[in-house]
Ligand binder design. Sequence first.
Ligand code: PAF
Length: 306
Amino acid sequence: MTAATAALLVVAGTRAELAAALAPTRASGGPVVLVPTMGALHEGHATLVAEARERAGADGAVVVSVFVNPLQFAAGEDLDRYPRTLEADLEVCGAHGADVVFVPAVDEVYPGGDPQVTVHPGPLGGVLEGAARPTHFAGVLTVVAKLFGLVSPDAAIFGQKDYQQLALIHRMAADLCLGVEVVGAPTVREHDGLALSSRNRYLDPAQRRTATALSRALAAGSAAAQDGAEAVLAAAHVELAGPLAEGTLALDYLTVTDPDLGPAPDHGAARLLVAARVGTTRLLDNVPLDLSANLHEYLHQTQGAR
Ligand code: PAF
């Protein structure tokens, strides 16, 4: 870290240090904006921190939490090998305007061991990612609720890349009246379209090339949106066919939903989501769709039915 960023950034390891770091902002009534992360920060996280800085303004405080949350990993998942890069993370936080980095140990977050009361994600937690990782979203929502409790932010910023996570956190904040504005920030991509993810570093060069099929599939699907959800899926499948046939990519799901992850609409706003494994690495991506150009066809069909 440069001397300038080191001088400005407070690194808090305990709840007490976090409270002390935020005391001046609380006293002045400035907004507090939280960016929850598991570290291994990349350019996508940097945009979240910059967005938080913008929202907090000069009088507010930007808190980035760096915590690899054991509760959201099932046995056999990558908890132990999840990348831990704290020095580099502090650099990113300092360079993009964070004031406080909260880096708690596991027993600071879960002092009594695993919590007995957790957040149940409801039906949305059991589909898509939740079907493959049944305990994942309870772990995510529980830690996010705890971070909201510890930081008391006015707003919290999450990436749209983990779209189902974002939808569930929105839902939790609304359903439990948590008083936190949940903001989704657009996905940041490599020059070849690959969505940035901390897990991309698990990919070897050949796998890294294979992984670009996901964003190509989403782009092809999006280009077919005027012809409706089925055409979107067909176009996306064409891009995945090669790596699927070679066995270098295993598709978990490719689906069109409405923006709240309900059934695909006939027209209007929708979401195209994909999850696949490349080697042992599970990759996710998604894009918004505009099926509104399909409205003409939809009206035609529904008028014909009357
Ligand atoms: O997206 C992540 O990095 C994590 O799931 C989150 C939201 C920080 C909770 O641990």
